[in-house]
Design a protein around this ligand. Structure first.
Ligand code: ZN
Length: 135
């Protein structure tokens, strides 16, 4: 039995316990239905393991935003060959953070569940094509 690689499962926003079920409904930039499921459709893991658990994802999202802002500034600085207008940098940071917000929404929760949730562990016996819900 082959195991689904963790990096692949994180990139495709799969459940951290079975690495098969989707965590989110809709597409990445589908603003109307960009929601996290209550339970994994494959293994029935309840994603919000405690009430208000995803408030902690705000801190992860903040860290992602800071890293993105530094990256955007570095790219802008390199592309414009050391422009010194603060409005240029402010504009590209705001635009970049706005465009990347759906990615932040998803991957802050993915990082929270995969790296910062010791209660959730990968269970290889659930990583099968069997579609019978695990209760
Ligand atoms: Zn699952």
């Amino acid at each position: 039995m082959t195991q689904t690689p963790k990096s692949w499962a994180m990139l495709h926003t799969k459940c951290p316990r079975c690495r098969r079920g989707d965590m989110f409904s809709g597409g990445l930039y589908n603003f109307g239905s960009n929601k996290i499921y209550d339970h994994c459709p494959h293994c029935n893991l309840h994603f919000e393991i405690e009430p208000g658990y995803f408030y902690a994802a705000m801190y992860v999202s903040y860290a992602l935003n800071v890293m993105e802002a530094f990256g955007i500034v570095a790219i802008t600085w390199a592309v414009t060959q050391n422009a010194d207008s603060p409005w240029l940098y402010t504009g590209v940071i705001l635009l970049g953070c706005l465009l990347l917000s759906p990615i932040n929404f998803r991957y802050s929760r993915v990082l929270l569940l995969y790296w910062l949730s010791p209660k959730i562990n990968y269970q290889p016996h659930l990583d099968t094509d069997d579609t019978t819900p695990y209760l």
